[in-house]
Design a protein around this ligand. Structure first.
Ligand SMILES: [Zn+2]
Ligand SMILES: [Zn+2]
Length: 352
């Protein structure tokens, strides 16, 4: 089968690798679509920030098959697996190991251990070596969500990034008529904006410096799309909302916007960090005097189920976010079109 292997900085090779053989408890899945995430772009460009994950592994470009925003179709079912038939489509869900500290404390949503951890590093996580930019993947049958018929392959492949966008909405308890400002209109920012709209937030404001992204956000339903190069968007957020936004959701890497974000939040509002921030020196004065809640949102698939329901019942339309779908063999072209800003979101189709 074909696989897009990262071989160096901005370099791919389409390699022929063996189709994995189905094992007890697993599903062999044909990848229908795989989206390219901002973290994939950084990985391939060797610009992932200096630092390390909890395993102490440095983030740098090494040979890998990327792809964690994907949907697969069941082609073979391992012994002992129940509830699945050939032709069903599925996406990942969060699983817990049942054996670690967090599971014992009835906090399975914080579990990072056991099978979950292994599963994450084996493909569903974002530092993976066996991702879905390939024709087939083998995955544990445990912790999968069935894709309803009304959800397209493109939408289903966006379940994971929509779960990222839902995290700040749920975790800051945004409700109808609360105001939300989304900082950054990349694909996570756009999905966060859609998640806030689905919760009934009003107004929903989004900011960026790339005008085409802002235009897209308006087309998708943002109430205001503010260009950071055309005035002080944080003051504009204060003006539009009256006293600052109930939720300010930071969907960019640049952590220095955190200070302005605390300025743009209302008293007792929430600033949620959604995008993985680079280190920055921050003046915390507004956290103190405005009694803000600063929360970190790294949901790791926690809201995939909710994301799927919202797409099934047409509360969120992710389809319009997809700029184009390209064959897997055009992976280099696809990445280049994202680096250049020509496209906002590209899907890969490994069957081509
Ligand atoms: Zn992603
Ligand atoms: Zn656990």
């Amino acid at each position: 089968m074909k696989a897009a292997v990262v071989t160096g900085r901005r370099q791919f090779e389409i390699r022929d690798i063996p189709i994995p053989s189905v094992a007890p408890g697993t599903l062999l899945l044909k990848v229908k679509r795989c989206a390219i995430c901002g973290t994939d772009l950084e990985y391939v460009d060797s610009t992932r920030w200096e630092g390390s994950d909890e395993d102490g592994l440095p983030f740098q470009t090494q040979e890998a098959i990327l792809g964690h925003e994907w949907v697969g179709e069941v082609v073979e079912i391992g012994d002992g697996v129940k509830g699945w038939k050939v032709g069903d489509r599925c996406v990942e869900a969060r699983t817990s190991c049942g054996a670690c500290y967090w599971c014992a404390r009835s906090m399975p949503h914080l579990c990072l251990g056991g099978p979950t951890r292994i599963e994450r590093t084996a493909g569903s996580g974002w530092a993976n070596m066996f991702g879905a930019m390939t024709e087939y993947v083998l995955r544990p049958a445990r912790g999968k969500i069935k894709v309803p018929e009304s959800v397209t392959n493109e939408e289903a492949a966006l379940t994971e990034p929509l779960n990222v966008g839902l995290a700040p909405v749920y975790e800051s308890a945004i409700k109808a008529a609360d105001s939300v400002a989304v900082i950054g209109a990349g694909h996570i920012g756009q999905l966060t904006m859609l998640a806030a709209k689905a919760a009934g937030a009003a107004p929903v404001i989004i900011t960026d410096r790339i005008q085409s992204r802002l235009d897209k956000a308006l087309e998708l339903g943002a109430d205001y799309a503010l260009n950071v190069d055309e005035g002080n968007v944080y003051e504009q957020i204060l003006e539009i909302t009256g006293a600052g936004a109930d939720g300010v959701f930071v969907c960019v890497r640049e952590a220095d916007v955190l200070y302005q974000s605390t300025l743009a939040a209302r008293r007792e509002g929430t600033v949620a960090i959604v995008g993985f921030p680079k280190p920055a020196a921050i003046d915390p004065i507004y956290w103190l005097v405005k009694h803000l809640r600063i929360i970190g949102c790294d949901p790791s698939l926690r809201y995939n189920w909710e994301a799927m329901r919202l797409m099934q019942y047409k509360q969120v339309d992710c389809q319009q976010l997809v700029s184009t779908t390209m064959p897997l063999t055009d992976v280099s072209k696809a990445f280049d079109s994202l680096y250049s800003g020509e496209n906002l979101l590209v899907m890969l189709d490994p069957s081509k």
